[in-house]
Design a binder for this molecule. Structure first.
Ligand code: MN
Length: 254
């Protein structure tokens, strides 16, 4: 199995290394990842600057390629340019922090997997539900199993899997839930500060707001100590709204 591995936390992140160590047991792992952290860049791509690809060595041997671009740039370059053969699967992660609810629209992790899907490859976004003292061991082992499952079953065209793993011990995890994207999001707060020269700047902070959720929501699964797997697609059409909007009878003369 040829696995294209990326991570919006950058090529030096612990999350990509944990996944590299596990996934190389089941296939040929090729890393293409941003040279610096690119969290929350969403599906951005680089159009007006050159993309530099560098060989990165770790412990004296070749590790992967770094790119001075976004996670989506990395997947495009990896799948189309750097490697002779296309990947069998694209894996993005393990992200430091969850990707749940409305916040996934900002996620570089999810966008890298979306890019893999756009290019026609089965793709997974993997996130761990903590931003502090991560232990990636269970998440990495679980992802290895999920890759084998995806290889066996295949994914429908245009569908990626957004996987969130609770940051608890393997023994505490109750199981796996197939979930839907929930409504949780960050409640934004801008902190106003002054730099040493007296100029005002702002820093976006905030806290996660748990909206009242459907029982099948991704956040409910993770909060209930389940691994959450949400099938996503990039067709943003609201099919439910098409009929009602047609009834507006919008004409050129309106
Ligand atoms: Mn990240």
């Amino acid at each position: 199995m040829k696995i294209l591995l990326t991570n919006d936390d950058g090529i030096n992140s612990l999350g990509i290394y944990a996944l590299y160590q596990e996934l190389k047991k089941i296939g040929q792992v090729s890393i293409v990842a941003p040279e610096t952290e690119q969290s929350a860049v969403g599906h951005a791509i680089t159009l007006s600057n050159p993309l530099r690809v560098r060989e990165i060595y770790r412990d004296g041997s070749f590790y992967g390629y770094s790119v001075n671009g976004t996670p989506a740039d990395c997947v495009k370059l990896g799948a189309l340019v750097i490697f002779k053969e296309p990947p069998d699967i694209v894996v993005s992660g393990i992200n430091l922090g969850p990707n749940l609810g409305i916040d996934i629209i900002y996620s570089g992790t999810v966008s890298a997997a979306t890019e893999g899907t756009v290019l026609g490859f089965p793709s997974l976004a993997i996130s761990l539900g903590t931003r502090r003292d991560p232990d990636y061991s269970f998440a990495a082992a679980f992802t290895k199993g999920l890759c084998l499952k995806v290889k066996e079953k295949g994914l429908p065209p245009g569908i990626l899997l957004n996987v969130n793993i609770p940051a608890i011990s393997c023994a505490e995890i109750k199981g796996v839930k197939i979930s839907r994207q929930g409504k949780s999001r960050f409640k934004d707060t801008f902190e106003k500060r002054r730099d040493p020269r007296g100029n005002v700047y702002y820093w976006l902070t905030g806290e996660i707001v748990r909206e009242e959720e459907n029982e099948e929501a991704d956040t409910k699964a993770v909060d209930g100590n389940y691994v959450s797997i949400t099938p996503l697609h990039f067709d943003l059409t609201s099919y439910l709204s098409i009929r009602g909007l047609k009834e507006w009878d919008i004409s050129l003369k309106d």
